[in-house]
Design a protein around this ligand. Structure first.
Ligand SMILES: NC(=O)c1ccc[n+]([C@@H]2O[C@H](COP(=O)([O-])OP(=O)(O)OC[C@H]3O[C@@H](n4cnc5c(N)ncnc54)[C@H](O)[C@@H]3O)[C@@H](O)[C@H]2O)c1
Length: 253
C-alpha cells in the first residue's frame, strides 16, 4: 500500500519505536494520529509532524473507542495501524518479597496484549468498511511483539507471555481479516535504543549492544520504522511475525 494521503494510527507514538514510526509515516505522506498515554509528548511530536495527538490508554475499551473516534474525526477511518504502546517492567515470579503480586502480571498483560487487541479490533472494524484499493487491500495492521516472545529472560514471565500473545494472534487475525483485504503482521524487535532501554545503566546498555551478533549495537528506532513501512508497502507480507534483532538470541539472564 502506498501510504500517501492515507490515515494512519500509531499507538505509543510519544516515544521510541512509535515516535520513529509516526515520523516515517508522516515523511512518506500519511496523515498520522499519534495515540499515547503521554498526550503531552505526543502533542509536541504531532505539532512537528502536522499530525494529531490523542491521549489514550490502550488497555481501556472506553479510552481506545474515544481515541479511534477522534482519529477518525480528524483524518477519516485509518487504513494503517501500527501498535507500539507497551511496558516492560521486570519482575521475578518469586522474588525476595515473595510471589509476584497477581496485579503486576495482569497489568503487563492488560497493556501489552489486551491493549494491542483492543486497538486492533477497533481499527479493523473501520478498515473492513472502506473501499478496496487497486491492490485489493483495505488496511494494514502491524503489532509489536518482541524476541522475548521466544527467548524470555528471567524476570520476563509477564512480558514474554504478553508478547507471545501478540505473536500468536497475528495469524488468526490475518486469516480472519483476509476476506476484507486487511493484512496483519507483527514485528519482534531485539534490543532497540529507546527510553525503555535508556532507563538501564550505561554499561548494561553497552553490553546489551555488544551481545548482538551483527550489527553489534542497539537497534535504531528508525530501523523499526523502516520495516513497518516496508510491511505496509509489500502486499505479499501477511500473517507473519518478523524478528528484527541482528541475529540476537537472548540468554536466560
Ligand atoms: N526497545 C526495545 O528494545 C524493544 C524490544 C522489543 C519490543 N519492544 C516493544 O516495542 C514497543 C515500543 O517500545 P519502546 O522501546 O519504544 O518503548 P517506550 O517506552 O519508548 O515507548 C512506549 C510508549 O508507550 C506508551 N504507553 C505505555 N502504556 C500505554 C498505555 N496503556 N496506553 C497508551 N500508551 C501507552 C508510553 O507512554 C510510551 O510513549 C513496546 O511494545 C515494547 O514492548 C521494545
Amino acid at each position: 500500500m502506498d501510504v500517501t494521503g492515507h490515515a494512519a494510527i500509531v499507538t505509543g507514538a510519544a516515544s521510541g519505536l512509535g515516535a520513529a514510526t509516526a515520523r516515517a509515516l508522516a515523511a512518506a505522506g500519511a496523515k498520522v494520529a499519534l495515540l499515547d498515554l503521554n498526550a503531552e509528548d505526543a502533542g509536541t511530536l504531532a505539532d512537528e509532524l502536522g499530525g494529531v495527538a490523542i491521549g489514550c490508554d490502550v488497555a481501556s475499551a472506553e479510552s481506545a473507542e474515544e481515541a479511534i473516534e477522534a482519529a477518525r474525526a480528524a483524518h477519516g477511518p485509518a487504513r494503517i495501524l501500527v501498535s507500539c504502546a507497551g511496558i516492560a517492567p521486570p519482575k521475578k515470579i518469586v522474588g525476595r518479597d515473595g510471589p509476584q503480586p497477581l496485579d503486576t502480571f495482569a497489568r503487563v498483560i492488560n497493556i501489552n496484549l489486551i491493549g494491542t487487541f483492543n486497538v486492533m479490533r477497533l481499527a479493523a472494524a473501520d478498515m473492513v468498511g472502506l473501499d478496496a484499493l487497486d491492490t485489493g487491500e483495505r488496511g494494514v495492521i502491524i503489532n509489536t511483539s518482541s524476541i522475548a516472545a521466544f527467548e524470555g529472560q528471567i524476570g520476563q514471565a509477564a512480558y514474554a507471555a504478553s508478547k507471545g500473545g501478540v505473536a500468536s494472534m497475528t495469524l488468526p487475525a490475518a486469516r480472519e481479516l483476509a476476506k476484507s483485504g486487511v493484512r496483519v503482521l507483527a514485528i519482534a524487535p531485539g534490543i532497540f535504543g529507546t527510553p525503555m532501554l535508556f532507563g538501564l545503566p550505561e554499561d548494561v546498555q553497552k553490553s546489551l549492544g555488544e551481545g548482538v551478533p551483527f550489527p553489534s549495537r542497539l537497534g535504531d528506532p528508525a530501523e523499526y520504522a523502516k520495516l513497518a513501512l516496508h510491511m505496509i508497502d509489500n502486499v505479499m507480507l501477511n500473517g507473519e511475525v518478523v524478528r528484527l534483532d541482528g541475529a540476537l538470541r537472548m540468554q536466560p539472564i
